[in-house]
Design a protein around this ligand. Structure first.
Ligand code: PLP
Length: 465
């Protein structure tokens, strides 16, 4: 710890950078040029001490934001908020301010922050074994897959590390399934149907299935052979599926990023019938709407339709990275060793966390509480803000709720943040998206809606720009 002050006395550049803990490399570089007799390793050790010292000092929000701007690739337009801890449905920033979290890290932290069973499962498993790769068998992976299979239409699970990867696996499995099902056909079906307002991920295959053009065009060519149809257009879907060219249809039973649009029963059922007739696969992307968010364990349970493949991710490991592609035995039959894989996927640590999450969420009483709280949320929203002239519609079910506005929601999001409430947007930015932790209480929902209500006035203020 003394190294910070010793070095600072000798070398002003250290003092200049001393509060910037990301500047180790810069410091090492500068010091080694000025102090050639210092061995790099000794210096590195001293500077690591320095970093610990600086990290334990209070770093300001502005310093973190400036450091981020310097060292992180600029893909994210972040809110000016540095979060440092969380408990339950509350988050705390670097300045000690408290926020009610209606974002759940984008529909991830279903058990809120720091759930004690989740923490215990991670701690216990980390003490035993964190990672070994898929060269070997591990118990938590098999135990988690058994739970997913027992609770769904599926017979098998492929694990990955994110929602986009779960969809990439589904794309590959659909293509392989079609090749396997048409051994004598030189051109088996390889094309896909996706829908308006869909979001399936950002890697090149799942990006090709994502409807927003501005996500896709800078990276073209993406995977070819994807046709976008209007979400809910049964006739167009039936016609294209009957062409025999479609390997699979990808659909979210409830669209999250696209704006909280729910499919109708007729739409999903007609997709099922058309796919069965043509031999196409039906893929439900439940990355955002699955695992209890709707009050059903799987969102498609509300529709009486089962898919051939379902993709999961966000809440499954309660905040640790995981993806899962659930398939029927018929699909699995087409998959052989080496067809797909991942170094990290389904590791014991992540799977132990996911088992803790699954065991809580899948309890009927837990799911019933999500339904009840979802109804309460919509009711108080309708009462408090439903009459506001900017509100076009309040929709969704369970704890995935959207408030469609006639203007951009960004000023409302900012005002809420400044008042201690974190919310998301969806669609073209004109939809407020509320996806709280599933453990939230009615009282916390009331507090959150009260803040939201008080902030609505900001939408009427004249834009300073
Ligand atoms: C429905 C859906 N599918 C896929 C994804 C991509 O998931 P990830 O960001 O984990 O890759 C998302 C992310 O928002 C999603 O909402």
């Amino acid at each position: 710890m003394t190294s910070l002050h010793n070095l600072a006395n000798f070398f002003p550049a250290i003092d200049h950078h001393r509060r910037c803990f990301v500047d180790v490399k810069l410091l090492i570089g500068k010091c080694s040029t000025h102090l050639p007799n210092f061995s790099r390793n000794v210096l590195r050790a001293q500077l690591t001490d320095t970093v610990s010292a600086v990290e334990s000092e209070k770093i300001s929000k502005d310093e973190v934001m400036k450091a981020e701007e310097r060292v992180i690739v600029g893909t994210y337009g972040r809110a000016p908020l540095v979060l440092t801890s969380g408990k339950g449905c509350k988050l705390y920033d670097i300045e000690g301010r408290e926020y009610i979290d209606l974002t759940s890290g984008i529909a991830v932290n279903a058990l809120g922050h720091g759930d004690s069973d989740w923490l215990q499962a991670i701690t216990d498993q980390a003490n035993l074994l964190a990672h070994v790769s898929n060269i070997y068998y591990t118990l938590p992976q098999v135990n988690l897959a058994e739970r997913l299979v027992a609770s769904s239409f599926a017979d098998r699970v492929f694990f990955s590390n994110s929602g986009t990867e779960a969809n990439e696996a589904a794309i590959k499995f659909a293509r392989k399934f079609q090749r396997f099902s048409h051994p004598d056909k030189p051109d088996p079906p390889t094309e896909f149907i996706s829908f308006t307002n869909s979001f399936h991920g950002r890697t090149i295959g799942s990006l090709a299935l994502t409807s927003k053009e501005h996500y896709r065009t800078p990276f073209e060519p993406v995977m070819p052979g994807v046709t976008f149809l209007n979400y809910g257009d049964t006739d167009a879907a039936q016609e294209l599926i009957s062409s025999g060219k479609i390997a699979a249809v990808f659909v979210e039973p409830i669209q999250g990023e696209g704006g909280i649009y729910s499919a109708t029963k007729e739409f999903l059922q007609s997709l099922r019938t058309a796919c069965d007739k043509a031999g196409s696969l039906l893929v439900f992307d439940e990355v955002q709407c699955g695992l209890g968010r709707t009050g059903y364990l799987w969102a498609h349970e509300a529709y009486d339709v089962t898919p051939d493949i379902m993709t999961l991710a966000k809440p499954l490991a309660g905040g640790l990275p995981i993806g899962a592609t659930l398939v029927t035995e018929r699909v699995n039959a087409a998959i052989k060793h080496g067809d797909h894989g991942s170094t990290f996927a389904g590791g014991p640590l992540i799977c132990a966390a996911a088992i803790a999450v699954f065991d809580k969420i899948s309890k009927p009483a837990f799911l019933a509480s999500v339904t009840r709280k979802g109804e309460h949320l919509k009711e108080i929203l309708k009462k408090k803000v439903g009459g506001n002239s900017h509100v076009k519609e309040i929709r969704g079910f369970g704890l995935i709720v959207g408030i469609e506005l006639d203007v951009s929601a960004s000023r409302l999001v900012d005002a809420c943040r400044e008042s201690g409430l974190l919310i998301l947007t969806a669609g073209k930015g004109d939809i407020v998206r509320l996806v709280p932790p599933l453990i939230i209480s009615e009282q916390e929902l009331d507090q959150a809606v009260e803040i939201l209500y008080k902030c609505f006035d900001v939408l009427d203020e004249k834009n300073p720009n």
